[in-house]
Ligand binder design. Structure first.
Ligand SMILES: [Zn+2]
Ligand SMILES: [Zn+2]
Length: 159
């Protein structure tokens, strides 16, 4: 697929491909940062994603990597308990720090860019392994964080 360089939806000016050095957003425990993000921008600096489905694609790409992040298990319908993914014992109630999980992404023929998934870590009370509390903790936050990314990048609301 060759990228089609559009005209700006807001001012009809000619767009060109640019990169945003850093765009970030948070939702609950999740902080997402995109580095060197490719975007279209016009001379008036109105920005747009490089494709109409780009943000959805991004959500899928991030979620495709969540299984690589060591996580605990969530138990209980009413009173949530978080257990170590390795040994099954209780995770500490409070997080002891955060970790950034960096990944490189590439959209079509564009230059690669980076996504950083930043989450709090919880230590297992028994084996000492640090991990995020649950994959769900991350999974469920990605769309809302992406709305924040959309806004921080200056993209119009669509879809
Ligand atoms: Zn414009
Ligand atoms: Zn453990």
């Amino acid at each position: 697929m060759a990228l089609k360089v559009p005209h700006c939806a807001r001012c009809s000016g000619a767009c060109e491909l640019k990169t945003l050095a850093s765009v970030s957003a948070e939702d609950g425990p999740l902080k997402l940062t995109l580095l060197d993000l490719p975007v279209f921008a016009c001379v008036k600096d109105h920005k747009a994603p490089v494709h109409g489905d780009f943000m959805i694609w991004l959500i899928h790409e991030i979620r495709a990597r969540e299984a690589q992040i060591e996580a605990g298990r969530e138990e209980g319908m009413l009173f949530k308990k978080h257990l170590c993914g390795a040994c099954g014992k209780d995770l500490a109630a409070k997080s002891e720090g955060r970790r950034v999980y960096p990944y490189e992404l590439k959209y079509e023929e564009l230059a690669p860019f980076k996504v950083q998934i930043d989450m709090p870590l919880y230590k297992c009370s028994a084996c000492g392994k640090e991990q995020i509390r649950s994959t769900r903790d991350l999974h469920g936050r990605v769309p809302a964080a992406m709305v924040g990314i959309n806004d921080d990048a200056g993209f119009p609301h669509s879809g």
